[in-house]
Structures are given as C-alpha cells and as structure tokens.
Design a binder for this molecule. Structure first.
Ligand code: BTN
Length: 249
C-alpha cells in the first residue's frame, strides 16, 4: 500500500506548509489532533485512514484506508478578517491540485465541495479554536466505485473513478499544500480579491436552481465576502451566509 508517511511526502513539500509534519498511519481525525495542541502556522496532521473522520454539519467523513488525501492545516489568520472565507480558499486550492493531477477542470461548489465531472471528489472543513483555524481537506483519490458512499445527496466520485487511473497521493498532497499556502498568503494580503476571478470561473452552482437556508431560486454568484447570492425571482436577490445547498443537476 502506498503511504502519506513523511518519507514519501517530504520531497513533495516545497514551501512553509507541512512543517511540522505530524503523521499517523491511522487516527480518529486529523482535525482533532491539531485543535487540541498549540501549533505554528503551517503545521499539518496527515493520515492514511481516519476512524472518526469529521464532515461539515456534524456529518461523518468515511474513506477506505490508503485511498485518500486526508490532511489538516493550522492557520493563524490576522484578527479582524473573515476566517469563514478560508473554506473557499482551501476549496480553490483543492480544485487546483485536483486539476493539476487529472488535467480535467474542477469546480468549487459553495461553500466547501470540490466537483469533478459533476461528482464531489473533495470536501473542506474549517474549525476554529480561539484565533486559530484548522482547515481539514479530504480528497477522494484512489477509491473504486464500490468504496464510495452510494447514498450521498451530492454524488461522490474519486479521481480514479472519473479518470480511470490511480494517482500518486503523496505528490497530490505536496501540490495541495503549496497551492494552499500561495492562496492563503494572497487572502491575508487582500481577502478574496486576488482569487475572486478564479472563484467565479470555478463556481459550480452559478446558474443552477438551488435551495439553501430556506431560500429557493437560481444561484447568481459568490460575492466578494464569500456569501452565496440567490435570485429568488423577480430580482429578489437573497444573500446566504452559510448552509447546505440542494441543487438541480
Ligand atoms: C465535508 O465535505 O463535509 C468536509 C469533509 C472534510 C474531511 C476532512 S479529511 C481531513 C480532515 N479531518 C477530518 O476529520 N475531516 C477533514
């Protein structure tokens, strides 16, 4: 089985993120380990299998051992910013990394999913402790169709099920961390400004019929504060801060 142990990933780490590199072959959740201690920005926790992986809104994140990229990263955003935007920043980083590995264009489904060929291949969970944000990213890489949840509201895919080939998880993790660092530095400097155009180009929901947070309508765009604008009809555009989006394919 391939591994995300430091011996395998070290040569793919090109920037600040990934230091220190905490690795366990198996753990409950990479989020938990980082939320409990005091770690510098860029510290990561990585595993090949989670026994209690956490998803958004109290859901579970389940994967077969040795198939995924499972990583959490410590960020120390400056006070007074909008740390909730970091889900989008991480989502774009994951979309770029997936795109780099597959050569296919990947989208971000607000607020935190990465879509490839209309299937969810990655999810982001951002949790805060004080001023520290721990951003967790799970990418479905080498799962077979049978190893993916069949009952998810948003259909799940892996890079393998979509491309038809397995991928190097260690290289993908290195690419993800490098892209996240670059995008995060840009966000620290100017919020979503630098990545706003890219966000618009990757917006999976734009133009789709959606229901979110009690609002039904057509998704217009993600605004510069990272909120979803939904046209409920006749020019009645609602601003949605957060929520779980149902959409029509
Ligand atoms: C979601 O789509 O609901 C978010 C899923 C986030 C999963 C990742 S895997 C690495 C990190 N550790 C966790 O327990 N969750 C995140």
């Amino acid at each position: 089985m391939d591994t995300l142990a430091p011996e395998a990933v070290g040569r793919h780490l090109k920037g600040r993120f990934g230091k220190p590199y905490l690795y366990e072959p198996e753990c409950e959740s990479t989020q938990a380990a980082l939320l409990e201690g005091d770690f510098p920005e860029g510290a990561v926790c990585v595993t090949d299998h989670q026994t209690a992986g956490r998803g958004r809104l109290g859901r579970h994140w389940v994967e077969a051992a040795g198939t995924s990229v499972l990583v959490s990263v410590v960020l120390h955003p400056p006070p007074g910013g909008r740390p909730q935007e970091l889900s989008l920043v991480a989502g774009i980083a994951a979309a770029e990394a997936v795109e780099g590995a597959t050569g296919l264009s990947a989208q971000v489904k607000w607020p935190n999913d990465v879509m490839l060929n209309r299937s969810k291949v990655a999810g982001v969970l951002a949790e805060m402790r004080g001023h520290v944000v721990v951003v967790g990213i799970g990418i479905n890489v080498n799962q077979t169709r049978q190893q993916l949840p069949g009952d998810a509201k948003t259909p799940a895919g892996s890079l393998r099920t979509i491309v038809g080939a397995t991928h190097d998880r260690a290289a993908l993790l290195g690419s993800l961390l490098y892209r996240l660092e670059r995008l995060y530095d840009g966000w620290r400097h100017g919020g979503l400004t630098d990545i706003y155009t890219e966000l618009g180009a990757r917006d999976f929901l734009r133009g789709r019929r959606v229901t979110v947070d009690g609002v039904s309508g057509t998704a217009v765009m993600v605004d510069r504060e990272g909120r979803l604008l939904v046209d409920a009809g006749h020019g009645d555009v609602r601003v949605v801060e957060s929520g779980d989006v149902q959409y029509v394919r």
